[in-house]
Write a protein that binds this ligand. Structure first.
Ligand code: ADP
Length: 202
């Protein structure tokens, strides 16, 4: 794949809505959140490494990862997060690279809430930020997930500040209207990405 667009945005900004629109245009979308779950499935090398690093308690009786136990452990022992990320981040990155290499569309999209935070933007030729005010993020994410505003605010506080993402992104779409409004802004970008992809393939 010669041309990959990294798509990011805070929780509830509209990343999934934007990705679904690109998919409807025939563009292959690799979702870093899905990859992150895939690499720790039973039978994957990263899960064996997690078991070796932390102990057998990280597994459920059926051999799958006990996410809840691991989450609680990381909450209590902050260094454990680093140990875990040392295992998972390279596995996620390798799998993303493989999936992007196999993508059969004019260009591909890598959607990731932590595109910049985990340097996944290095795997892309261009970046697109789906941007929304914190009020809208809270409203949308709480409607979608049934979490309360405080839980969403905690997640927002742990993500890279909006202003920094705005500084890093090549393209920004403010998703502050109806979904049709979002799609209207995505269409010219899609056309631009098609032409960039065409240029980079010749
Ligand atoms: P993200 O993937 O960035 O967390 P989503 O794309 O899932 O965000 O959007 C969060 C929620 O808000 C979803 O339920 C989505 O359908 C809804 N949503 C996103 N953009 C809009 C919009 N412009 N108008 C109305 N609802 C929206």
């Amino acid at each position: 794949m010669d041309f990959v667009v990294g798509l990011t945005g805070g929780i509830g900004s509209g990343k999934s809505a934007a990705s679904a629109w690109f998919e409807s245009q025939g563009i292959v979308v690799v979702d870093a959140d899905i990859v992150a779950r895939e690499v720790v499935q039973k039978g994957q090398a990263a899960l064996d490494q997690i078991q070796q690093a932390f102990g057998d308690w990280v597994l459920l009786p059926d051999g799958e990862l006990n996410r809840r136990a691991l989450r609680e452990h990381i909450f209590k022992v902050p260094e454990a997060r680093k140990t875990l990320e040392h295992i998972t981040h390279p596995a996620i990155r390798n799998s993303i690279i493989q999936q992007l290499a196999q993508a059969k569309s004019a260009y591909a999209i890598l959607v990731s809430p932590l595109l910049f935070e985990t340097n996944q933007h290095e795997l892309t030729q261009r970046t697109l930020l789906i941007d929304a005010s914190e009020e809208l993020q809270i409203q949308r994410a709480s409607q979608r997930d049934g979490q309360n505003a405080d839980q969403i605010k905690t997640i927002i506080a742990a993500q890279m500040p909006r202003i920094e993402k705005q500084r890093m992104a090549d393209d920004i779409v403010l998703n502050d209207g109806y979904l049709d409004h979002l799609y209207q802004h995505l269409m010219p970008l899609h056309k631009q990405y098609l032409s960039f992809a065409h240029e980079s393939s010749i």
